[in-house]
Design a protein around this ligand. Structure first.
Ligand code: KG4
Ligand code: ZN
Length: 350
Protein backbone atom coordinates (compact mmCIF):
# COMPACT_ATOMS: atom_id res chain seq x y z
CA UNK A 1 0.00 0.00 0.00
CA UNK A 2 1.43 3.37 -1.07
CA UNK A 3 0.39 6.26 1.18
CA UNK A 4 1.00 9.99 0.78
CA UNK A 5 1.53 11.62 4.20
CA UNK A 6 0.82 15.30 4.79
CA UNK A 7 1.94 17.22 7.87
CA UNK A 8 0.76 20.81 8.34
CA UNK A 9 -0.07 21.04 12.06
CA UNK A 10 2.32 23.86 12.89
CA UNK A 11 5.27 25.47 11.12
CA UNK A 12 6.51 22.68 8.88
CA UNK A 13 5.00 21.54 5.59
CA UNK A 14 6.00 17.88 5.31
CA UNK A 15 5.09 15.48 2.50
CA UNK A 16 6.20 11.87 2.25
CA UNK A 17 5.52 8.63 0.44
CA UNK A 18 5.50 5.44 2.50
CA UNK A 19 5.10 2.03 0.95
CA UNK A 20 4.09 -0.82 3.25
CA UNK A 21 6.50 -3.20 1.53
CA UNK A 22 9.34 -0.99 0.30
CA UNK A 23 9.33 1.44 3.27
CA UNK A 24 9.89 5.18 3.07
CA UNK A 25 10.31 6.15 -0.61
CA UNK A 26 10.77 9.92 -0.28
CA UNK A 27 10.10 12.77 2.10
CA UNK A 28 10.33 16.51 1.64
CA UNK A 29 10.06 19.24 4.22
CA UNK A 30 9.69 22.97 4.13
CA UNK A 31 10.42 24.68 7.44
CA UNK A 32 8.86 28.05 8.17
CA UNK A 33 11.45 28.89 10.83
CA UNK A 34 12.71 31.98 9.00
CA UNK A 35 9.17 33.23 8.43
CA UNK A 36 8.41 33.24 12.16
CA UNK A 37 11.89 34.06 13.51
CA UNK A 38 11.19 37.77 13.47
CA UNK A 39 8.29 37.26 15.90
CA UNK A 40 10.08 34.84 18.26
CA UNK A 41 7.36 32.21 17.84
CA UNK A 42 4.87 30.76 15.37
CA UNK A 43 2.28 33.23 13.97
CA UNK A 44 -0.74 31.02 13.13
CA UNK A 45 -2.09 33.01 10.19
CA UNK A 46 1.32 33.26 8.53
CA UNK A 47 1.74 29.51 9.04
CA UNK A 48 -1.57 28.68 7.29
CA UNK A 49 -0.81 30.91 4.32
CA UNK A 50 2.63 29.40 3.86
CA UNK A 51 1.21 25.85 3.95
CA UNK A 52 -1.19 26.90 1.16
CA UNK A 53 1.76 28.15 -0.91
CA UNK A 54 3.90 25.05 -0.42
CA UNK A 55 1.57 22.06 -0.34
CA UNK A 56 1.06 21.56 -4.10
CA UNK A 57 4.68 22.08 -5.20
CA UNK A 58 5.88 19.79 -2.40
CA UNK A 59 3.40 17.08 -3.42
CA UNK A 60 4.78 17.23 -6.95
CA UNK A 61 8.31 17.14 -5.62
CA UNK A 62 7.84 14.13 -3.37
CA UNK A 63 6.20 12.16 -6.21
CA UNK A 64 9.01 13.11 -8.59
CA UNK A 65 11.67 12.08 -6.10
CA UNK A 66 10.09 8.68 -5.67
CA UNK A 67 9.47 8.31 -9.42
CA UNK A 68 5.74 7.82 -8.79
CA UNK A 69 2.55 9.52 -9.98
CA UNK A 70 -0.74 10.33 -8.27
CA UNK A 71 -2.27 7.23 -9.89
CA UNK A 72 0.10 5.01 -7.90
CA UNK A 73 -1.34 6.18 -4.56
CA UNK A 74 -3.50 3.82 -2.50
CA UNK A 75 -4.28 6.23 0.32
CA UNK A 76 -3.70 9.70 1.76
CA UNK A 77 -2.91 10.44 5.42
CA UNK A 78 -2.98 13.95 6.85
CA UNK A 79 -2.52 15.40 10.34
CA UNK A 80 -5.96 16.01 11.85
CA UNK A 81 -4.73 17.37 15.20
CA UNK A 82 -3.64 18.45 17.69
CA UNK A 83 -2.28 21.66 16.19
CA UNK A 84 -3.16 25.09 14.84
CA UNK A 85 -6.66 25.01 13.35
CA UNK A 86 -5.88 27.05 10.23
CA UNK A 87 -2.71 25.11 9.53
CA UNK A 88 -4.45 21.74 10.06
CA UNK A 89 -7.25 22.78 7.71
CA UNK A 90 -4.83 23.24 4.82
CA UNK A 91 -3.50 19.69 4.97
CA UNK A 92 -6.88 18.18 5.79
CA UNK A 93 -8.83 19.82 2.95
CA UNK A 94 -6.05 19.21 0.44
CA UNK A 95 -5.57 15.59 1.52
CA UNK A 96 -9.21 14.68 1.58
CA UNK A 97 -9.98 16.42 -1.73
CA UNK A 98 -7.01 14.75 -3.40
CA UNK A 99 -8.08 11.32 -2.14
CA UNK A 100 -11.67 11.92 -3.25
CA UNK A 101 -10.53 12.92 -6.74
CA UNK A 102 -8.46 9.71 -6.97
CA UNK A 103 -11.17 7.55 -5.41
CA UNK A 104 -8.87 6.28 -2.66
CA UNK A 105 -9.30 6.45 1.14
CA UNK A 106 -8.03 9.36 3.23
CA UNK A 107 -7.37 9.22 6.96
CA UNK A 108 -6.86 11.91 9.61
CA UNK A 109 -3.85 11.11 11.78
CA UNK A 110 -3.20 12.08 15.40
CA UNK A 111 0.05 14.08 15.35
CA UNK A 112 1.34 12.63 18.64
CA UNK A 113 0.52 9.05 17.63
CA UNK A 114 2.57 9.70 14.50
CA UNK A 115 5.50 10.99 16.60
CA UNK A 116 5.13 7.94 18.81
CA UNK A 117 5.32 5.55 15.84
CA UNK A 118 8.13 7.42 14.02
CA UNK A 119 10.91 5.33 15.62
CA UNK A 120 9.31 2.24 14.03
CA UNK A 121 10.03 3.72 10.59
CA UNK A 122 13.69 2.96 11.14
CA UNK A 123 15.32 -0.10 12.54
CA UNK A 124 13.79 0.16 16.00
CA UNK A 125 11.15 -2.51 16.48
CA UNK A 126 10.41 -2.45 20.22
CA UNK A 127 8.25 -5.32 21.45
CA UNK A 128 4.86 -4.46 22.93
CA UNK A 129 4.12 -3.19 25.47
CA UNK A 130 6.61 -0.31 25.63
CA UNK A 131 6.84 2.96 27.52
CA UNK A 132 6.91 6.09 25.35
CA UNK A 133 8.36 9.44 26.32
CA UNK A 134 6.68 12.02 24.09
CA UNK A 135 8.51 15.32 24.24
CA UNK A 136 7.62 18.02 21.74
CA UNK A 137 6.87 21.74 21.61
CA UNK A 138 3.33 21.20 22.87
CA UNK A 139 3.43 17.91 24.81
CA UNK A 140 5.41 16.15 27.51
CA UNK A 141 3.90 12.77 28.28
CA UNK A 142 4.78 9.31 29.46
CA UNK A 143 2.53 6.75 27.84
CA UNK A 144 2.23 2.99 28.19
CA UNK A 145 1.74 1.63 24.68
CA UNK A 146 -0.05 -1.72 24.53
CA UNK A 147 -0.75 -1.65 20.79
CA UNK A 148 -1.78 0.68 17.97
CA UNK A 149 -4.42 2.98 19.49
CA UNK A 150 -4.05 1.40 22.95
CA UNK A 151 -2.48 4.14 25.02
CA UNK A 152 -2.44 4.55 28.78
CA UNK A 153 -1.35 7.97 30.02
CA UNK A 154 1.14 7.52 32.86
CA UNK A 155 1.99 11.18 33.39
CA UNK A 156 2.20 14.54 31.65
CA UNK A 157 3.23 18.12 32.16
CA UNK A 158 0.91 20.15 34.35
CA UNK A 159 2.10 23.36 32.63
CA UNK A 160 4.72 24.01 29.92
CA UNK A 161 5.96 21.27 27.60
CA UNK A 162 9.69 20.48 27.63
CA UNK A 163 10.15 21.87 24.10
CA UNK A 164 8.28 25.01 25.04
CA UNK A 165 10.64 25.46 28.02
CA UNK A 166 13.64 25.12 25.68
CA UNK A 167 12.10 27.72 23.35
CA UNK A 168 11.41 30.20 26.16
CA UNK A 169 14.82 29.79 27.80
CA UNK A 170 16.49 30.32 24.42
CA UNK A 171 14.50 33.49 23.90
CA UNK A 172 15.63 34.83 27.29
CA UNK A 173 19.23 34.12 26.35
CA UNK A 174 18.79 35.76 22.94
CA UNK A 175 19.59 32.50 21.17
CA UNK A 176 16.81 32.49 18.58
CA UNK A 177 14.04 30.10 17.58
CA UNK A 178 13.50 27.14 17.75
CA UNK A 179 15.16 27.07 21.12
CA UNK A 180 15.97 23.37 21.56
CA UNK A 181 18.75 23.09 19.00
CA UNK A 182 19.99 26.61 19.89
CA UNK A 183 20.29 25.79 23.62
CA UNK A 184 21.94 22.45 22.85
CA UNK A 185 24.51 24.14 20.61
CA UNK A 186 25.23 26.91 23.09
CA UNK A 187 25.44 24.47 26.02
CA UNK A 188 28.29 22.59 24.34
CA UNK A 189 30.77 25.19 25.60
CA UNK A 190 29.00 25.58 28.95
CA UNK A 191 30.40 24.41 32.28
CA UNK A 192 28.04 22.12 34.08
CA UNK A 193 28.86 23.00 37.70
CA UNK A 194 28.45 26.79 37.71
CA UNK A 195 24.67 26.96 38.19
CA UNK A 196 22.36 24.34 39.63
CA UNK A 197 18.79 24.49 38.38
CA UNK A 198 15.96 22.62 40.14
CA UNK A 199 14.62 19.24 38.94
CA UNK A 200 10.89 20.05 39.19
CA UNK A 201 8.50 17.51 40.74
CA UNK A 202 11.15 14.82 41.12
CA UNK A 203 11.00 14.97 44.94
CA UNK A 204 7.41 13.73 45.06
CA UNK A 205 5.84 10.54 43.75
CA UNK A 206 4.10 10.34 40.39
CA UNK A 207 4.99 10.73 36.75
CA UNK A 208 3.77 14.25 36.05
CA UNK A 209 6.12 17.02 34.98
CA UNK A 210 6.28 20.77 35.44
CA UNK A 211 8.59 23.00 33.44
CA UNK A 212 7.28 26.51 34.02
CA UNK A 213 9.37 26.98 37.20
CA UNK A 214 12.56 26.43 35.20
CA UNK A 215 11.59 29.40 33.09
CA UNK A 216 11.46 31.67 36.16
CA UNK A 217 14.70 30.19 37.45
CA UNK A 218 16.39 30.93 34.12
CA UNK A 219 15.10 34.50 34.16
CA UNK A 220 16.32 35.07 37.73
CA UNK A 221 19.72 33.55 37.00
CA UNK A 222 20.16 35.81 33.96
CA UNK A 223 19.05 38.84 36.00
CA UNK A 224 21.50 38.10 38.82
CA UNK A 225 24.41 37.85 36.36
CA UNK A 226 23.31 41.02 34.56
CA UNK A 227 23.32 42.92 37.87
CA UNK A 228 27.11 42.52 37.96
CA UNK A 229 27.98 42.93 34.26
CA UNK A 230 26.50 42.40 30.78
CA UNK A 231 26.15 38.71 29.88
CA UNK A 232 29.16 37.20 28.13
CA UNK A 233 29.03 34.27 25.71
CA UNK A 234 30.46 32.08 28.48
CA UNK A 235 27.65 33.18 30.84
CA UNK A 236 25.08 32.24 28.20
CA UNK A 237 26.72 28.89 27.62
CA UNK A 238 26.84 28.15 31.37
CA UNK A 239 23.14 29.02 31.80
CA UNK A 240 22.20 26.98 28.71
CA UNK A 241 24.18 24.03 30.08
CA UNK A 242 22.55 24.26 33.53
CA UNK A 243 19.12 24.49 31.91
CA UNK A 244 19.70 21.55 29.57
CA UNK A 245 21.14 19.46 32.43
CA UNK A 246 18.02 20.16 34.51
CA UNK A 247 15.56 19.20 31.75
CA UNK A 248 17.52 16.08 30.80
CA UNK A 249 17.87 15.00 34.43
CA UNK A 250 14.17 15.58 35.14
CA UNK A 251 13.07 13.60 32.08
CA UNK A 252 15.50 10.82 32.97
CA UNK A 253 14.26 10.56 36.59
CA UNK A 254 10.63 10.26 35.44
CA UNK A 255 11.50 7.71 32.74
CA UNK A 256 13.36 5.61 35.30
CA UNK A 257 10.31 5.77 37.55
CA UNK A 258 7.98 4.78 34.68
CA UNK A 259 10.17 1.80 33.83
CA UNK A 260 10.28 0.73 37.49
CA UNK A 261 6.52 1.16 37.99
CA UNK A 262 5.44 -0.68 34.87
CA UNK A 263 8.20 -3.29 34.78
CA UNK A 264 8.36 -2.62 31.03
CA UNK A 265 11.95 -2.64 29.82
CA UNK A 266 11.62 -0.90 26.44
CA UNK A 267 11.38 2.87 26.11
CA UNK A 268 10.60 4.74 22.90
CA UNK A 269 11.40 8.45 22.86
CA UNK A 270 9.70 10.65 20.29
CA UNK A 271 8.92 14.27 19.43
CA UNK A 272 11.22 17.21 18.72
CA UNK A 273 13.05 17.16 22.07
CA UNK A 274 14.00 13.52 21.50
CA UNK A 275 16.49 14.88 18.94
CA UNK A 276 18.48 16.19 21.93
CA UNK A 277 21.75 14.27 22.00
CA UNK A 278 22.41 14.76 25.71
CA UNK A 279 18.96 13.36 26.53
CA UNK A 280 19.57 10.37 24.28
CA UNK A 281 22.95 9.69 25.81
CA UNK A 282 21.61 9.94 29.37
CA UNK A 283 18.72 7.57 28.76
CA UNK A 284 20.82 5.11 26.80
CA UNK A 285 23.56 5.09 29.38
CA UNK A 286 21.66 5.20 32.67
CA UNK A 287 18.19 3.75 32.07
CA UNK A 288 17.64 0.10 32.92
CA UNK A 289 15.80 -0.41 29.62
CA UNK A 290 16.47 -0.58 25.90
CA UNK A 291 15.97 2.87 24.40
CA UNK A 292 14.57 3.31 20.88
CA UNK A 293 14.32 6.50 18.87
CA UNK A 294 14.00 7.80 15.34
CA UNK A 295 16.84 9.42 13.40
CA UNK A 296 16.96 13.14 14.39
CA UNK A 297 15.28 14.38 11.19
CA UNK A 298 12.27 12.16 11.90
CA UNK A 299 12.03 13.35 15.54
CA UNK A 300 10.79 16.82 14.63
CA UNK A 301 7.67 17.34 12.52
CA UNK A 302 7.70 15.57 9.16
CA UNK A 303 5.40 13.95 6.61
CA UNK A 304 7.01 10.51 6.89
CA UNK A 305 5.60 9.80 10.34
CA UNK A 306 2.11 10.84 9.16
CA UNK A 307 2.33 8.56 6.10
CA UNK A 308 3.52 5.69 8.30
CA UNK A 309 0.86 6.12 11.02
CA UNK A 310 -1.91 6.55 8.42
CA UNK A 311 -0.72 3.49 6.53
CA UNK A 312 -0.85 1.33 9.69
CA UNK A 313 -4.47 2.31 10.29
CA UNK A 314 -5.52 2.03 6.62
CA UNK A 315 -3.91 -1.42 6.38
CA UNK A 316 -5.96 -2.57 9.36
CA UNK A 317 -9.14 -1.48 7.60
CA UNK A 318 -9.86 1.83 9.28
CA UNK A 319 -11.93 4.08 7.04
CA UNK A 320 -13.45 7.53 7.58
CA UNK A 321 -16.43 9.34 6.09
CA UNK A 322 -15.84 12.23 3.68
CA UNK A 323 -16.43 14.94 6.30
CA UNK A 324 -13.29 16.76 7.41
CA UNK A 325 -12.77 16.74 11.18
CA UNK A 326 -9.76 18.47 12.70
CA UNK A 327 -9.03 19.15 16.37
CA UNK A 328 -6.81 21.77 18.00
CA UNK A 329 -6.78 19.70 21.21
CA UNK A 330 -7.03 15.94 21.14
CA UNK A 331 -5.98 13.68 24.03
CA UNK A 332 -4.19 10.66 22.61
CA UNK A 333 -6.00 8.37 25.08
CA UNK A 334 -9.20 9.03 23.10
CA UNK A 335 -7.79 7.08 20.18
CA UNK A 336 -9.03 3.55 19.57
CA UNK A 337 -7.39 0.51 18.02
CA UNK A 338 -8.15 0.35 14.26
CA UNK A 339 -10.54 -2.61 14.59
CA UNK A 340 -12.81 -0.68 16.97
CA UNK A 341 -12.50 2.43 14.86
CA UNK A 342 -13.48 0.49 11.73
CA UNK A 343 -16.54 -0.92 13.53
CA UNK A 344 -17.57 2.54 14.64
CA UNK A 345 -17.30 3.87 11.08
CA UNK A 346 -19.70 1.17 9.94
CA UNK A 347 -17.19 -1.43 8.83
CA UNK A 348 -15.09 -1.49 5.70
CA UNK A 349 -16.31 -0.03 2.46
CA UNK A 350 -17.00 -2.58 -0.27
O1 KG4 B 1 7.79 17.62 17.59
P1 KG4 B 1 8.14 19.01 17.19
O2 KG4 B 1 8.93 19.21 15.94
O3 KG4 B 1 6.86 19.89 17.06
C1 KG4 B 1 5.76 19.76 17.90
O4 KG4 B 1 4.95 18.85 17.66
O5 KG4 B 1 5.73 20.54 18.86
O6 KG4 B 1 8.92 19.62 18.44
C2 KG4 B 1 9.40 20.92 18.40
C3 KG4 B 1 10.12 21.19 19.71
C4 KG4 B 1 10.57 22.64 19.84
O7 KG4 B 1 10.15 23.13 21.08
C5 KG4 B 1 12.09 22.54 19.74
O8 KG4 B 1 12.75 23.55 20.48
C6 KG4 B 1 12.35 21.17 20.31
O9 KG4 B 1 11.30 20.37 19.82
N1 KG4 B 1 13.64 20.62 19.85
C7 KG4 B 1 14.66 20.32 20.68
C8 KG4 B 1 15.73 19.87 19.87
N2 KG4 B 1 15.30 19.90 18.56
C9 KG4 B 1 14.02 20.36 18.58
N3 KG4 B 1 14.78 20.41 22.02
C10 KG4 B 1 15.94 20.06 22.57
N4 KG4 B 1 17.02 19.64 21.86
C11 KG4 B 1 16.96 19.53 20.52
N5 KG4 B 1 18.03 19.11 19.83
ZN1 ZN C 1 5.29 17.51 16.45
Amino acid sequence: MLVLGIETSCDETGLALYDSTAGLLADVLHSQVELHALYGGVVPELASRDHVRKIVPLTREVLARAGRSLDDLDGVAYTAGPGLMGALLVGATFGRALAWSLDIPAIGVHHMEAHLLAPLLGEAQPPLPFVALLVSGGHTQLVLVNGLGEYELLGESVDDAAGEAFDKAAKMLGLGFPGGPAIARCAESGRSGRFRFPRPMTDRPGLDFSFSGLKTFTLNTIASIAEQQPLTDQDRADVARAFEDAVVDTLFIKCRRAVEQTGVRHLVMAGGVSANLRLRARLEHDLDATVHYAPPRLCTDNGAMIAYAGCQRLLRGEREPLAIAIRARWPMTELEPPDDAADRAGGLPG
